[in-house]
Design a protein around this ligand. Structure first.
Ligand SMILES: NC(=O)CCC(=O)C(=O)O
Length: 328
């Protein structure tokens, strides 16, 4: 949905982050395992059932530039155009659509290597999103490719085989407008800022940080994007169980935009702040499903108590984002 329309008002809802393990070089094992974990997340016992399930970045293929071509699938989705899952060429899209329909739950289907339907030489790192009826409602192609070089620690160059996406993407559910990105996109605050100013109350990125940058920045970036934008921020990682190759950091997380109303209560002790504070939920590093309840009161108290959203001085600084519109 275009961001020029009014966003749905934020309602209470529950997110499930599936910190998927066992991502192997065998896609025929990866897909059934992902499906099984989606069903497991959906059938939560002893807590509110999730309204939205999220998978991690690159869950049907090992994460590495040499793998993307081999694992890439053609999706062929165009925003605003009818999309027929039955005739889709993507086995991953079929599986995800079926799982969303079977569970009746919104699904952010992590990301997969995608081959452009019209220009087969172009590959993208692409997230697909499904309604509870199993419709493919939007896609997000990772905009900022993970090209880094920290000598002796990590060198990664997604641009060797991938092309960066060129559109901002968000989607509406009955409970929130949700802004999308993928992993490295989080380091570019403009993306989350434009999403928030386009009405997103929640920002969710499938991701796969690593053992160098994860301990450095994973939680800080969640908190930064959440506080700057006064929005809920979440990234879902794979588990750290790869025997060789890329070691994901794990620690899938949901962070709230700061509970002003309960701030004094929280400041009682560092321990209670960590337990009840702004990190609503956080996984360890192995495979697990973690849940977070999104409370609109938190969002509203943050925005009314610290009203930066109405205090901006566009007369003093140029607003680089104000004209932004969500397009596909
Ligand atoms: N998959 C990615 O984009 C990794 C990003 C990352 O680790 C970072 O530090 O940024």
């Amino acid at each position: 949905m275009a961001a020029s329309t009014e966003p749905p008002s934020l309602k209470p809802f529950t997110i499930a982050l599936v910190q998927l393990g066992q991502v192997t070089s065998d896609k025929s094992k990866n897909l059934p395992h992902a499906r099984e974990m989606i069903l497991k997340a959906a059938s939560r016992e002893g807590g509110r059932k999730p309204d939205l399930i999220v998978l991690p970045e690159c869950f049907n293929s090992p994460y590495g530039v040499m793998h993307f071509l081999l694992y890439a699938e053609t999706i062929g989705f165009t925003s605003g155009q009818p999309y027929d899952i039955k005739t889709s060429q993507s086995e991953t899209v079929k599986m995800l659509s079926g799982a969303a329909k079977e569970t009746g739950i919104w699904l952010i289907g992590g990301s997969i290597p995608e081959r452009d339907a019209s220009d087969g030489s172009k590959l993208y790192n692409t997230c697909t999103v499904y309604s509870p009826q199993g419709e493919l409602v939007t896609i997000h192609r990772k905009i900022h490719l993970f090209d880094i070089d920290i000598p002796g620690k990590i060198t990664f160059k997604e641009s060797e085989t991938l092309t960066g996406g060129s559109t901002m993407n968000m989607f509406d559910t009955p409970f929130a407008r949700i802004g999308l990105g993928i992993c490295y996109d989080v380091r570019f605050p403009e993306l989350a800022m434009i999403a928030a100013r386009s009405g997103c109350q929640v920002i969710i990125y499938p991701a796969a940080f690593n053992m160098i940058t994860g301990p450095l920045h994973w939680e800080t970036l969640h908190r930064a994007r959440a506080v700057d934008n006064q929005a809920f921020m979440s990234m879902c990682s794979p588990a750290r169980d790869s025997v060789e190759g890329y070691q994901a950091y794990g620690h899938s997380m949901v962070v709230d935009p700061m509970q002003v109303s309960s701030l004094s209560h929280r400041l009682c002790s560092k321990e209670s702040m960590n337990r009840r504070g702004t990190v609503l939920t956080q996984a360890g590093h192995l495979e697990e499903v973690v849940y977070a309840d999104i409370d609109p009161a938190t969002f509203h108290s943050a925005r009314t108590g610290i009203p930066v959203t109405t205090q901006r001085r566009f007369d003093v600084y140029p607003d680089v984002s104000r004209e932004a519109r969500a397009v596909m």
